[in-house]
Write a protein that binds this ligand. Structure first.
Ligand code: R5P
Length: 282
């Protein structure tokens, strides 16, 4: 078995290969003059783990090309981050179910698939091959342990993110809660933990994705007003668009950290061991 990856997932893929005790297949990437993507894979193995986060449309096309190039091998697909997974239903007439449109693309030359903290696990039903979603909650927890925070409160930004936050909190037997919004007036909204107090303690807000950082930045400002001693932001997928990192810093966030499902300078922990263990258990 060998590991092969798209350009965007090369660091995670190399860590995965190390965790699996195997090597990587070298790939040449370039573009045609008109902007089309080109790649050429080195010598294939009988069995290949193909790693490719779909962080934008080019990454999707490159992953499709890579899968096609691996024709003839028995391929296991790993999609560490899958964009478009948030459009998991039709919210308005005329909309696509984008998660379904993307999931349906992976049927040729792929035996099975692994996703990592996909936004809505229900979309797994749209994959045409057996697909498992795994969670790096324990790895987020292990990184929080390394910060040596005293009595931290692990906070989900909403009820929907609570299961993930509970998984993180379980690693350190920390308190866990989720934010609740109360409308105070036509223009004023208060955000506070539903049941517990943030006063005199550090708070770590954990989410699957940080995109613009808007949700966490607003929450942080309110948590400081409620007496939090420090607010930290953790996520699996650091999408971080439009200056999100700086926006979070400006809101007083002490540290922003994410996994390497999207490779960022603030990727402080890896999803590789978790993926390797899922592959071994297959
Ligand atoms: C949404 O449902 C996700 O779980 C995140 O909460 C969301 O993507 C965060 O967005 P932003 O960083 O733009 O506030």
């Amino acid at each position: 078995m060998k590991v092969i990856s798209t350009e965007r997932s090369q660091i995670l893929a190399a860590r995965l290969a190390t965790a699996l005790g195997t090597g990587m297949i070298d790939v040449k990437f370039s573009r045609f003059p008109d902007g089309e993507l080109y790649l050429a894979a080195g010598e294939l193995d009988d069995e290949t783990v193909i790693v490719g986060s779909i962080s934008d449309s080019d990454a999707l096309v490159q992953l499709l090309l890579l899968i096609d190039a691996c024709e003839g091998s028995q391929n296991h697909l790993v999609i560490p981050y899958m964009a478009y997974a948030r459009q998991d239903k039709k919210f308005r007439e005329g909309e696509p179910i984008s998660a379904r449109a993307i999931a349906r693309l992976f049927k040729d030359h792929v035996k099975d698939c692994i996703t990592v903290n996909i936004h809505e696990p229900d979309v797994l039903k749209y994959f045409s091959v057996p697909t498992r979603n795994i969670s790096v909650a324990q790895d987020v927890g292990a990184y929080i342990q390394s910060l040596n925070l005293k009595n931290p409160l692990i906070l989900a930004p909403d009820d929907g993110a609570m299961a993930f936050a509970e998984g993180v909190a379980a690693t350190g037997t920390w308190d866990c809660d989720h934010l609740e919004k109360t409308r105070l007036s036509g223009v004023e909204v208060r955000m506070a933990p539903k049941s517990l107090s943030a006063a005199s303690r550090p708070v770590v807000i954990v989410d699957d994705i940080i995109s613009t950082g808007g949700t966490i930045a607003t929450a942080a400002q309110m948590l400081y007003r409620q007496g939090a001693t420090g607010v930290y932001a953790a996520c699996v997928h650091g999408v971080l668009i439009g200056g999100a990192f700086v926006h979070l810093q400006a809101a007083g966030i002490r540290d922003v950290f994410c996994s390497d499902t999207i490779e960022r300078a603030c990727s402080r922990f890896s999803a590789a061991d978790c993926i390797a263990s899922a592959i071994r258990k297959r």
